[in-house]
Design a protein around this ligand. Structure first.
Ligand code: MG
Length: 407
């Protein structure tokens, strides 16, 4: 018997999440704003109909949709609802993958012997709305790629089950190849000379040609389009190869002390991640994005695997110096631990002496913050970022949501 895959995607998730706690927002045009309140990062269907897109600056959005309600994002709340949704799906399926904050893949199994998979998808969708207050769309098909494509056609609040080849072909013919995630501009341009424009064109193309044009990744998509599953459902996230924290500097930064304050903030966030995943690193990279475009990166190797603030601070100082461009204006900064070692069996060399005092200080800092709130104890250097720490919305970030497979 064929095993079917379901793809669940919450409809305008951040907006729906705001509506769960503010029901007066239901039926209104709602825009959720990013970090510094400058851009719309999610919009309701009402706002979308007015021409507001993801990434539209707030001033343009207000011109297009003056009666819209604009709220600042709150990833802490979105994660609460995301986990609730994940829990609900887990009661319907033995195998669930936490793909992103609002998208899951799971094994689709009939809830009842007399029910078909379309009825099952509908029942799960309706239950999530009732139990969590979130509208979602579910697509069921033979592979992940097909399930994701077909759920997109069912938005909003859809339940689509495509179980037969003829039905698959009929829908694939209506979808441009760019609907497949991973096939955008350049890849699509490579296909166009061969007359491959729709997903069905791609499915019907010669597999060897696809392999040549789009490499192995494209070939795997081709297999999945033809009903051969390549990627299984992954209930556990594979171990990280690297961990990083960072992002926008919420404006232009041209003072070195402020840039350093951001680097230290992200080192403190990175340490939380290293501790959570029980890993240490032997290399640290600092990458800075500049206003003129482009970025620079400094990398430092660390002799002994570490997750300790003082070690990582020393490394970050050197790495930032290597990435630094004098008199330039920075807009982004990331701190990355790139050589991870698992928690057990850290090998101390002959020259490395353990430092119980510094380990104790690190533990005390973590304990106070766990008890009294994140960043309650933090480096004095970060006092250069008063606005960042004064706004509780910055205590939580989308990349702090753990266990999901994709950003
Ligand atoms: Mg979504």
């Amino acid at each position: 018997m064929t095993a079917f895959v379901a793809h669940l995607d919450a409809d305008c998730f951040y907006v729906s999440a705001e509506r769960v706690r503010h029901p007066d927002l239901i039926d209104k045009a709602v825009g959720v704003l990013g970090n510094n309140g400058a851009c719309v990062i999610a919009k309701s269907y009402e706002m979308k109909a007015r021409g507001v897109k993801t990434g539209t600056p707030i001033w343009d959005a207000k011109a297009l949709c003056p009666e819209g309600v604009y709220v600042k994002r709150d990833f802490y709340w979105y994660e609460v609802l995301s986990r609730k949704m994940l829990g609900i799906v887990g009661t319907f399926s033995p195998k669930v993958e936490y793909y992103s904050i609002d998208e899951f893949f799971f094994r689709a199994e009939r809830l009842h012997p007399r029910q078909n998979l379309h009825q099952t998808a509908t029942a799960i969708r309706d239950h999530i709305l009732e139990a969590a207050g979130l509208p979602v769309t579910i697509g069921v098909a033979r592979t992940r790629t097909l399930a994701k494509l077909f759920s997109d056609t069912g938005k909003p609040f859809g339940a689509v089950a495509v179980l037969e080849r003829d039905h698959e072909r009929e829908l694939l013919a209506t979808l441009p190849v760019t609907e497949i995630s991973g096939i955008a501009g350049r890849r699509a341009a490579r296909l166009a000379p061969y007359g491959i424009r729709s997903c069905l064109d791609l499915a019907d193309a010669d597999g060897r040609l696809v392999n040549r044009l789009l490499t192995k990744t494209g070939y795997e998509i081709w297999l999945e389009l033809n009903g051969t599953p390549v990627t299984p459902i992954r209930p556990e996230r594979p171990p990280h190869k690297a961990l990083g924290r960072g992002g926008s500097l919420m404006g232009n930064v041209d003072q070195p002390v402020v840039l350093w304050a951001w680097a230290v903030r992200h080192v403190e966030r990175l340490i939380e991640e290293l501790n959570y995943h029980n890993v240490r690193t032997t290399a640290l990279a600092v990458e800075v994005g500049w206003k003129t475009g482009g970025s620079t990166c400094g990398v430092v190797s660390i002799p002994t695997p570490t997750d300790r603030f003082d070690d990582l601070l020393d490394a970050a100082r050197v790495a930032l110096r290597r990435a630094f461009v004098p008199y330039a204006t920075a807009t982004h900064l990331h701190v990355l631990a790139t050589e991870l070692r698992r928690g057990k069996g850290f090998q101390l060399s002959l020259f490395d002496t353990p430092d119980p005092k510094k380990d104790a200080a690190a533990q005390a800092k973590a304990a106070v913050n766990a008890r009294h709130g994140r960043f309650k104890v933090r480096s004095g250097v970060t006092l250069y970022l008063p606005a960042v720490y004064a706004d509780p919305a910055n205590n939580f970030d989308i990349c702090d949501v753990r266990g999901k497979i994709c950003f």
